[in-house]
Design a protein around this ligand. Structure first.
Ligand SMILES: [Mg+2]
Length: 310
């Protein structure tokens, strides 16, 4: 049983109440606390030494990533982040100066996005550092974008460039909060997710949720320079295309809009975010499954995204 099957099994029996609009299974939980026209977004995420960062990562980068992952999930709902709680589990004999630098990285990102850090917890974990961030946000009820909602004929878009993130970008990415809110404010976005487990894996979540399929155009996938360099440097490395499809931790946005909105959206995006790439990588189909079209034809896509304990 892999991570996603296990999560699906244990989330089926979770208790709910009248506040729950969307429970486990989207980028954030969505709650209605009675504020007219607004939903609360609720998210938690953890980073663990040796899994999400190596012992050689700069402490500021570790702090940045710990909060950035949660911010990226708020972005995936087109939300606004508000306040965070931070739990640190520190190895014994932990250097206080190192901890201070983790907070410096986290605080800088929090300030940049108007997020208050309002408390948390410090505990010990004998072997390795773990940081868990819980984040509250909100969103206009009619602008909240879910993973579900992709429709046959939709154009499929992705921001930025994909693959090779572990070479460094995963510690320095900028969560796409402004971009996501702009998208939801100006276009009827049908479905959105942030890319944490790899394009192929995360796109599958969108397809399952929407009960649709997709055809992705191989040459339209924006492959990062890091993925190309990696493929050149190591003969055993993935091809750049496979890296873009299956490497995790890109923290870009994947979304769908009606086909007729695709060109106006691309034009408006270029004016609004001239430095950030936006690529139309394919279309949503009524036939289920994920297909890749390249020079040789249309193939069923085998590449899965990154799955923990697969
Ligand atoms: Mg996510």
């Amino acid at each position: 049983m892999n991570e996603f099957e296990l999560i699906a099994q244990w989330t089926r029996s979770l208790p709910g109440n009248a506040s729950v609009i969307v429970g486990a299974g989207d980028d954030c939980a969505v709650l209605d606390l009675g504020e007219p026209g607004r939903y609360l977004l609720f998210k938690t995420d953890a980073v663990v030494q040796g899994i999400h960062f190596s012992a050689t990562a700069e402490p500021e980068q570790i702090g940045h990533k710990a909060l950035g992952r949660c911010l990226s999930d708020i972005a995936a709902m087109a939300g606004r982040p508000i306040a965070a709680l931070v739990t640190m589990a520190l190895p014994s004999q932990f250097d206080p100066a190192f901890l201070q630098r983790i907070y410096a990285g986290m605080n800088r990102l929090a300030e940049q996005h108007g997020v208050a850090i309002v408390g948390g917890e410090t505990t010990t974990n004998p072997e390795r550092l773990l940081i868990s961030v819980c984040l509250l946000g909100d969103v206009a009820a009619d602008k909240c974008i879910l993973r579900s909602g992709a429709k046959n004929g939709d154009a499929l878009f992705v921001t930025g460039e994909l693959g090779g993130s572990l070479a460094g970008r995963h510690l320095e990415f900028e969560p796409r909060l402004a971009e996501a809110r702009w998208l939801a404010g100006h276009f009827a976005i049908h479905a959105m997710i942030d890319l944490s487990d790899g394009l192929a894996g995360d796109l599958r979540h969108v397809l399952q949720r929407g009960n649709v399929g997709a055809e992705v155009l191989a040459r339209a996938i924006p492959i990062s320079r890091a993925a190309r360099l990696q493929a050149k440097a190591e003969s055993s490395a993935k091809t750049p295309l496979l890296a873009a499809l299956s490497d995790g931790e890109d923290f870009e946005l994947l979304f769908t809009v009606a086909g007729r909105d695709a060109v106006p959206l691309l034009d408006a995006w270029k004016k609004q975010f001239p430095k950030t790439r936006l690529s139309c990588i394919g279309k949503i189909t009524s036939a289920p499954g994920l297909k890749l079209r390249d020079k040789t034809g249309v193939h069923s896509l085998e590449a899965h995204g990154y799955v923990h304990f697969a």
